[in-house]
Design a binder for this molecule. Structure first.
Ligand SMILES: Nc1c(NC[C@H](O)[C@H](O)[C@H](O)CO)[nH]c(=O)[nH]c1=O
Ligand SMILES: CC(=O)[C@@H](O)COP(=O)(O)O
Length: 139
């Protein structure tokens, strides 16, 4: 049984609730356990995973959040740098599923976050568990 940490950037409550529900359901359906920590925004997600990976408490990580394009270049910074930070941790050998949505508008985010529709939170959890299984197999 694996113990998974969900790191959620709680920027949009209603969207995050759906992503977290999907991720938790997928982890539980696979017979694993989970904790959740909350950070202010997507830019803080890689740092939180790095902090949590210092000990032996967690086998895998699920990054969740929503970045919706606004009027300025800030969207690119938050979307690209959060993904870059998560990818760097992945290349260090951590099992991480990236469920940080980067959308043009709220409607796109709802379809992707909703567990009854595209369920990207559940998909990110399944990706984290798949990478954990691969790591165990290759070790
Ligand atoms: N605009 C969004 C942000 N921005 C906040 C940053 O992620 C960060 O918390 C701030 O710059 C302080 O370091 N975060 C999201 O998750 N989603 C957004 O749409
Ligand atoms: C991530 C974003 O683009 C958004 O939340 C920020 O909006 P703005 O560019 O209008 O300041």
């Amino acid at each position: 049984m694996a113990h998974v940490l969900i790191v959620e950037a709680r920027f949009y409550d209603h969207l995050n609730d759906m992503l977290v529900a999907g991720a938790r359901a997928a982890i539980e359906a696979a017979g694993h356990t989970h904790d959740t920590v909350t950070v202010p925004g997507a830019l803080e997600v890689p740092g939180a995973i790095a902090l949590a990976s210092d000990g032996d408490s967690y086998d895998a990580f699920v990054a969740l959040g929503v970045v919706i394009r606004g009027e300025t270049y800030h969207f690119e910074i938050v979307a690209n740098e959060s993904a870059r930070g998560i990818m760097a941790l992945t290349l260090d050998g951590l099992a991480i599923g990236n469920g940080i949505l980067t959308t043009e508008n709220e409607a796109q985010a709802i379809v992707r976050a909703d567990p009854a529709q595209l369920d990207k939170g559940g998909g990110a959890a399944q990706a984290a568990l798949a990478m954990l299984a691969l790591r165990d197999r290759l070790a």
